[in-house]
Design a protein around this ligand. Structure first.
Ligand code: AQP
Length: 326
């Protein structure tokens, strides 16, 4: 029987953090068994905000290296800009997405506030490109963190409208959000999502952070003036740290609360740091190995692109035919 297909992407921007890992990468690794998987380093998405060209190339390799080191099969990974069909289908979808839908996207509202006068049309249009990414591969599920759910829903909506207008063309994808770790918040500001583009020291735990940096960041994480270690959403700092503990330890919430009964925040933070360090250790040790030869890594990415290109081109051809193009 044909396996169902999972597709997702990650931007090669800044340093990947434990939010990216718990919200996305870790479940991608697990899903590979059940689903035929395709994962994309979305460099065309990265340029929706300014990037230094000298840095971007290195970040593409680093991101792919982290995916490989986490246990993603290199055969299933490719770079978005290697496949022209992404940009071309994005244009076609652009002509089928009402402006009002894009106006409602919360990520655009947040990111455009940070960019102020440098907001480019591409940032506004990010969801159209993401819809193209997903719809090119007859995707069944899109494993993402909570922040990307709205974009996957827009991809579903545009696929439905396109199918209704021009005839059956696209499969309708479903978002898949993990139970634990779907929205990890900043350590310095638990009111805001942990994000690569927030580069304040102490904001995020990066996947390649050495153990001492992880300990220092967790010990300095913002909490409150209370003492008891409990999952209460009204106390966002300690709640976020507990969610990180839950996601890395695999323990249940009652077990975690029982474990830290009467022990206070400092004790909890010390133990959390060790759980995170141990959780990232396999990835960090493999990372050096998989990135040792950049030319080989590039060739793996090129092969990944060659493998999926026929799928993308077939889907694009059908969409163009349906619209009467060419
Ligand atoms: N804080 C988070 N908690 C859980 N999941 C998260 N993801 C991102 N941040 C968190 C998930 O990671 C995957 C890859 O994200 P992305 O690179 O496509 O971009 P993003 O969602 O915009 O993430 P960042 O870290 O905030 O990057 P920048 O600052 O570059 O935009 C996605 O599945 C996302 O849900």
């Amino acid at each position: 029987m044909k396996r169902r297909r999972a597709f997702s992407g990650i931007q090669p921007t800044g340093n990947l953090h434990i939010g990216n890992y718990l919200g996305a990468i870790r479940q991608w690794v697990a899903l590979q068994v059940e689903f035929e998987s395709i994962f994309c380093v979305v460099d065309l998405h990265a340029i929706t905000v300014p990037q230094d060209p000298r840095v971007l190339k290195g970040k593409i390799r680093e991101t792919a290296g982290i995916l490989f080191a986490s246990g993603i099969d290199p055969k299933t990974v490719f770079v978005q800009s290697h496949i022209c069909a992404h940009a071309e289908l994005a244009w076609i979808l652009n002509c089928n997405i009402p402006m009002g839908w894009l106006n409602r996207m919360t990520q655009f509202k947040e990111k455009s506030q940070r960019q102020r006068e440098r907001v480019m049309a591409g940032l506004f249009d990010y969801p159209a490109l993401m819809a193209a990414d997903i719809l090119l591969y007859e995707t069944d599920i899109v494993p993402v963190g909570e922040d990307q759910k709205q974009h996957v829903e827009l991809a579903r909506d545009v696929a439905q409208v396109f199918n209704a207008t021009y005839g059956l063309t696209f499969k309708i994808p479903e978002p898949l959000i993990p139970e634990a770790g779907a929205r990890i918040m900043g350590l310095d500001d638990p009111g805001k999502k942990m994000s690569k583009s927030e580069d304040r020291p102490g904001h995020a735990i990066y996947l390649l952070d050495p153990p001492d940096a992880i300990r220092a960041k967790i010990m300095h994480a913002t909490t409150d003036s209370l003492r008891d270690v409990r999952f209460e959403e009204s106390r966002p700092g300690i709640y976020n740290l507990l969610v990180i503990y839950e996601a890395f330890s695999g323990l249940s919430r009652p077990d975690i609360e029982a474990r830290f009964e009467g022990r206070g925040y400092a004790d909890f933070k010390r133990e959390l740091a060790e759980v995170v360090i141990a959780g990232l250790n396999p990835l960090q040790s493999r990372y050096q190995e998989v990135t040792a030869d950049p030319a080989f890594l590039d060739s793996q990415l090129a092969e990944g692109g060659n493998r999926v290109r026929p799928l993308a081109e077939k889907a694009l051809r059908l969409a163009k035919e349906r619209m009467g193009l060419g």
